[in-house]
Design a protein around this ligand. Structure first.
Ligand SMILES: [Zn+2]
Ligand SMILES: [Zn+2]
Length: 255
């Protein structure tokens, strides 16, 4: 299984793209600004989108992606997998004919270019040999993480979350974990702001990572622009026993 980081920053600016991770060449997790670096051909191979939550940094490019691929999607729709409440938010506030056309009924209501699959934890979905599990998290809005397993190897992504037990319990319920991406948006001096906003800071993530019984490589996402060095150095100091990776757009992992 191949995992490509298209975007992993907490903001924008030269070299920074917001959350978008590609699994093999046909599944995206989130649709932040990172997706815009794909070629048209590569975008055309995307058939499934797993949404963690509806904050703009995670869905900013979804409307543009669907519009760009519109004629291709007439013969093979894009399937969006998400919590049901997240999908309602996207429908009501984005694809509402005001912000953007309602692609859930274009070109015809019976054959739309975008289809929706409501997911929930504990009900895995099989996509072309990959098992997808939705994972519970604790963010400021309805949100989820995902675990993806293929041929006995597994990758998981937290999406946005602050301190919790449910995400780590869900990971521990599985036999293995080879690669984990987890967010750490804020420095410790903004710990209370981070908790309010539903994000990790180094001390909270260090505390929670100790709950994980597996020993995957751990990639860090969502670092706030301008505070990347401070947060990552603090993480390295607080978590000496884990193999931490400072993720960048363009990173490719094969597991
Ligand atoms: Zn968020
Ligand atoms: Zn975010």
């Amino acid at each position: 299984m191949q995992i490509t980081v298209l975007g992993c920053s907490g903001g924008i600016g030269a070299g920074r793209r917001t959350t978008c991770i590609m699994i093999d060449d046909d599944i995206l997790i989130d649709c932040g600004t990172g997706v815009a670096d794909l070629s048209l051909e590569a975008m055309g191979r995307i058939s499934h989108l797993l949404i963690t939550h509806t904050h703009l940094d995670h869905i900013a490019c979804l409307p543009l992606l669907v519009d760009t691929l519109f004629s291709r999607l007439k013969s093979r729709p894009l399937v969006i997998h998400a919590r049901a409440d997240c999908m309602h938010i996207i429908h009501d506030h984005i694809f509402n004919w005001q912000i953007w056309p309602d692609f859930f009924e274009l070109p015809e209501r019976e054959r739309p270019v975008v289809q929706f699959n409501a997911m929930e934890p504990d009900v895995p979905v099989q996509l072309g040999g990959r098992r997808i599990d939705m994972l519970p998290v604790a963010h400021s809005v309805p949100a989820a993480g995902y675990r993806i397993e293929r041929d006995g190897v597994a990758f998981a992504f937290s999406g946005d979350t602050t301190s919790n037990d449910v995400f780590w319990d869900a990971l521990n319920a599985h036999e293995n974990l080879d690669l984990l991406f987890v967010e750490c948006a804020y420095p410790d001096r903004d710990r209370s702001l981070g908790q309010q906003a539903g994000h990790y800071c180094p001390s909270l993530l260090a505390h929670d990572l100790a709950k994980l019984r597996h020993a995957p490589r751990v990639g860090i996402t969502h670092l706030k622009p301008g505070e990347e060095d401070e947060v990552f150095l603090a993480l390295q100091a607080k978590i000496p026993g884990r193999q931490l990776l400072r993720l960048c757009s363009g990173d490719v992992f094969t597991i």
